[in-house]
Design a protein around this ligand. Structure first.
Ligand SMILES: Nc1ncnc2c1ncn2[C@@H]1O[C@H](COP(=O)(O)OP(=O)(O)O)[C@@H](O)[C@H]1O
Ligand SMILES: [Mg+2]
Length: 260
């Protein structure tokens, strides 16, 4: 993206941002609550109007696509939104099949086979297929939402705080799942997260969003060790400490490295 500005009224949320996301990386996006992380993800995929700038995905200017071309490119990315990840009135199987029905013409038996494949891929048991979201644990809901985001075999995956609300063990397992899928499916992942363990364990590179700008970019370890005042307070402030201590209780493996 180049020179991306998104504003609501006179409130500028993203202020002339430039960002490259490289094929095959897991990019972590951090920033305080309300800093515009979700807006950034939505603006990239063209769900929010922008005041300035261009976004190119797979060498296409996503702001200038005809509807047919737009539908074709939409099939190549998957999105797991922060809230309302699943339709509550549909089973897990129906949720996963929803994007397939929108974009592909497949027989019912093939749709069922594909849904079961995605369910297995995210580590859910087959009997999750006929359950409704309300019947699932928090971790299972996230996995089902991930399965739906992967329904069309995307090359690019957007995850908006995928582990928020999970206990540290479930969060750690989800991170491992994302890392494994990224490697096996050769995905590019744009992951918004508050979880310091996620950042350290899963993300190759991190960008920090503050005051409408991308204030820092680099490997997790470099940002965590940085002397920049904003980064210091982000990683070492009360929120960072809370995450460290809850992670410690659960013995998540990357904690020692982070805390040290
Ligand atoms: N559709 C919208 N209309 C008006 N303001 C919005 C809209 N979406 C987000 N905002 C505002 O943009 C700012 C950034 O929101 P968001 O991207 O959700 O933050 P976060 O970093 O927590 O994901 C917030 O102040 C939010 O209120
Ligand atoms: Mg958000």
């Amino acid at each position: 993206m180049r020179d991306l500005t998104v504003a609501f009224g006179d409130k500028v949320v993203l202020d002339h941002l430039d960002l490259d996301v490289f094929r095959g990386e897991i990019l972590g996006v951090i920033g305080a609550s309300g800093s515009g992380k979700s807006v950034l993800a939505r603006a990239i995929i063209g769900l929010l109007p922008r005041q300035t700038g261009t976004v190119e995905i797979f060498n296409e200017d996503v702001g200038a696509l005809a509807p047919d071309a737009r539908r074709l490119i939409e099939r190549r990315w998957g999105v797991m939104f922060q809230h309302g990840a699943l339709f509550s009135s549909l089973t897990v199987r129906q949720n996963i099949q929803f994007p397939m029905r929108e974009h592909l013409q497949l027989s019912e038996s093939l749709l069922d086979e594909l849904a079961m494949l995605k369910i297995a891929m995210v580590g859910l048991k087959p009997d999750a297929a006929e359950k409704y979201p309300a019947e699932l644990s928090g971790g299972m809901v996230k996995r089902a939402a991930l399965a739906r985001a992967l329904a069309l075999d995307p090359e690019l995956l957007f995850l908006d705080e995928p582990t928020s609300g999970l206990d540290p063990i479930s969060a750690g397992e989800f991170d491992e799942l994302v890392t494994t899928l990224q490697e096996t499916l050769d995905l590019t992942v744009f992951m918004i997260t508050h979880d310091l363990n996620t950042l350290d364990a899963a993300c190759g590179r991190i960008v920090a969003l503050a005051h409408g700008k991308l204030i820092a970019t680099g490997p997790a370890a470099a940002l965590i060790a940085s002397n920049d005042p904003w980064l210091r307070s982000y990683f070492q402030g009360p929120r960072g400490r809370t995450i460290f201590s809850s992670a410690n209780q659960a013995h998540r493996p990357s904690t020692d490295k982070l805390a040290g």
